[in-house]
Ligand binder design. Structure first.
Ligand SMILES: [Ca+2]
Ligand SMILES: [Ca+2]
Ligand SMILES: [Ca+2]
Length: 233
């Protein structure tokens, strides 16, 4: 459950008041930012003060505040999609200013932007991260889109086993469907010869290096890089 909170900040220029800036945070109750090398724990009088401290830190997008201890945890990783954990009595704050897809270094094709993320994750974590960034784990609808992406993957040549795609074996049958259309077959099929071959143990779709990045069903617990797709509209 979350609510939206607005923090209004008065900005000064060197000589005069410049403008009132409104910054919006989404507040998630019963959540805390996980402590890491990027977090600082500081004291704050209130949730609003914690939000303000995050705002004043250039690299802070997410913070959390404990109502019991007044501890404000600032995340300074420049990442709006940091891991939060269940924490009774804490509230997590996320700035909305980055939540629309600010897609730097993205590939552009047709009406989509693509971000290849080399930080390897399990399939569901990749799904969640793309969603948090305002997009989705890539769904490839046409041969042209597939050719474009596969050319990029082959050129990168990073030695990875493969890249997660947004396909999953819904409906307990023998084919995979895109997350956005779990009830429909895929309009274009890029699976490699002999794939998918394990409908009960390999439920998640990846572009697989061994077969020239054709698609294959893979165990969802595999740790792979992935591609997020954003709407260019
Ligand atoms: Ca697509
Ligand atoms: Ca299926
Ligand atoms: Ca397989």
């Amino acid at each position: 459950m979350y609510v939206v909170m607005t923090v209004t900040v008065l900005c000064f220029s060197s000589s005069h008041f410049s403008e009132l800036t409104e910054v919006i945070f989404t507040v998630h109750s019963e959540e805390s930012v996980l402590s890491s090398q990027y977090t600082d724990d500081v004291y704050a009088e209130s949730l609003s003060m914690c939000a303000l401290m995050c705002l004043l830190q250039e690299k802070c997008c997410v913070a959390s505040f404990s109502d019991e201890t007044s501890m404000c945890r600032l995340d300074k990783s420049e990442n709006c999609c940091v891991v939060t954990i269940l924490a009774v009595g804490s509230r997590a704050l996320k700035q909305n200013k980055y939540s629309s897809s600010t897609c730097t270094n993205c590939l552009v094709y047709d009406r989509s932007l693509y971000k290849i993320i080399d930080n390897e994750k399990k399939w569901q974590e990749a799904v969640d991260d793309c969603k948090c960034q305002g997009g989705k784990l890539i769904e490839i609808e046409t041969k042209k889109e597939n050719d474009f992406i596969l050319t990029e993957l082959k050129n990168r040549n990073t030695g990875t086993l493969g890249y997660w795609l947004g396909g999953y074996n819904f409906n307990n049958d023998f084919d995979l469907e895109w997350i956005s259309n779990p009830g429909q077959g895929m309009p274009f099929d890029g699976t490699g010869v002999g794939e998918p071959n394990n409908p009960f143990t390999e439920l998640c779709l990846a572009a697989w290096d061994d077969i020239d990045f054709d698609w294959a069903d893979i165990p969802c617990s595999a740790i792979l890089p992935y591609i997020c797709e954003f709407s260019a509209d």
